[in-house]
Design a protein around this ligand. Structure first.
Ligand code: RM4
Ligand code: MN
Ligand code: MN
Length: 431
């Protein structure tokens, strides 16, 4: 197992002009913030600490159930995926871990994979299970569900799979497992609505019991698809019930695309935070459903409002607040690396803007019932062009001022395309 390209080969020098322009923009913004009583340095430091995981399934081109349009130079192996993930981290300074999906990215040699990741400067975030598809040679089918299946033998098989995923994750140095279940029914009457939930909880208890010390279990809800009538873990309420029943180390994961249109996601986030059960995120954006578009591409203000809740939790040192940030997107028509670079940038930006909120003033306006100025306290932050702060954080981390342009200038994709010939990686996400 050898990576053909290391992230080192991606050129980072921005050019004298770009650097000079950046410095002037940064100074101008720092001065403007100082007039508002804010320190640019503090925000730059915070952005420098922000980290989000790259999912192993997002390094190849995604697709829809109608088609898939892969580009040249896609990774053919897990080692090549790690090499690409290292590029995302090198250029953004904000993506130091990979979130593996088992069995899509089942490592043949766990120790070698861990060593390769370390060599590339990467670690491993939450591991993801998969009981929403049947795998070749698998004795029992998940057609009618996994943890909620009426047949106990199928449920046992699904629990066994989760134990295996935890073992792999443990050997890689991960410390959490994310469980998203496709379980549900497509027609009324197909399964008992109450019993299916109880079965899921029972199986999760077995998985929870298998957690190594220091590990957390995240339950991820989704309103529909692939089950079209009733999904067992369909909303944050169901996810919270599970996490509360399981115990302290079970928390909820919020995938931004897993909400019906117009759901107030920041309110969901606030509720979970209040209950000490906000475990992590799958960042993306959507117009209609689980579209898996680039974070911030459709509703950047919504993303900012979510980050506002997260920054509040951070400032208040809320008990149990240790969110695992991950991306979960399907790069259908963009270069996957470029889309990930753009996403990390958007997340860094939303985080920086949320740091710009004048919390003291906001609280005063809330207390005195000044609706307009309270809203404006948020808008002032959101409408500030915080890009120089983010670029400065990246510059100090030795990353790129503009990750996408640096990636284009590096010629990385063309180089790997010339090398990655023969053999294809079977894409998981063209479902
Ligand atoms: C689901 C969910 C899970 C992801 C799968 C591929 O909709 O978002 O997190 O693992 O898709
Ligand atoms: Mn997800
Ligand atoms: Mn999803």
């Amino acid at each position: 197992m050898l990576t053909t390209h290391t992230a080192e080969q991606v050129a980072l020098s921005p050019g004298a002009d770009a650097l000079r322009h950046h410095e002037r923009d940064y100074e101008a913004l720092a001065e403007r913030l100082a007039r508002r009583g804010q320190r640019a340095e503090t925000i730059v430091d915070a952005v420098g600490r922000f980290a989000v995981a790259v999912p192993s399934w997002a390094l190849g081109t995604g697709g829809t159930r109608f088609g898939r349009f892969p580009g040249p130079g896609e990774p053919r192996s897990l080692a090549e995926k790690l090499a690409d993930a290292a590029v995302v981290h090198r250029l953004t300074g904000g993506a130091p871990r990979v979130s593996l999906h088992i069995p899509w990215d089942e490592p043949d040699d766990v120790a070698a994979l861990r060593a390769l990741a370390a060599e590339l400067g990467l670690g491993f975030d939450a591991v993801n299970s998969n009981t929403f598809q049947d795998q070749p040679g698998q004795p029992r089918s998940y057609k009618l569900g996994s943890f909620s299946h009426p047949d106990a033998a199928v449920r046992r098989q699904a629990v066994e799979h989760h134990r295996h995923v935890i073992e792999v994750g443990q050997a890689l140095g991960a410390d959490a497992i994310t469980v998203w279940l496709a379980d549900g029914s497509s027609y009324p009457g197909q399964m008992s609505l109450r019993q299916s939930f109880d079965r899921v909880l029972d199986c999760l208890r077995d998985v929870y019991a298998a957690l190594p010390a220091g590990w957390r279990l995240f339950t991820e809800h989704k309103p529909y698809e692939p089950a079209f009538y009733a999904t067992v873990v369909q909303d944050w309420g169901s996810s919270l019930l599970l996490a509360q029943a399981l115990g302290e180390r079970a928390q909820c994961l919020v995938d931004l695309g897993h909400h019906l249109p117009n759901t107030n996601i920041e309110l969901v986030v606030a509720r979970l935070l209040g209950a000490g059960k906000l475990g992590g995120f799958h960042f993306n954006d959507s117009k209609y459903g689980d579209d898996d578009l680039t974070a911030g591409s459709i509703k950047p203000y919504g993303l900012f409002l979510i980050f506002h809740e997260l920054v509040l939790a951070e400032r208040e040192r809320l008990a149990g607040f240790r969110p695992a940030y991950m991306m979960d997107q399907s790069h259908n028509i963009k270069d996957p690396i470029e889309d990930l670079l753009q996403t990390v940038d958007q997340l860094q930006l939303a985080y920086a803007k949320a740091q710009l909120v004048d919390h003291g003033a906001l609280t005063e306006y809330q207390e005195s019932g000044d609706v307009l100025l309270a809203e404006r306290a948020l808008k002032d932050a959101f409408e500030t062009d915080a890009r120089p702060l983010v670029a400065e954080a990246r510059r100090r981390a030795g990353a790129a001022l503009d990750p996408v342009l640096a990636f284009r200038a590096s010629g990385y994709r063309a180089r790997v395309a010339a090398q990655r010939t023969g053999g294809t990686y079977a894409p998981p996400r063209s479902l």
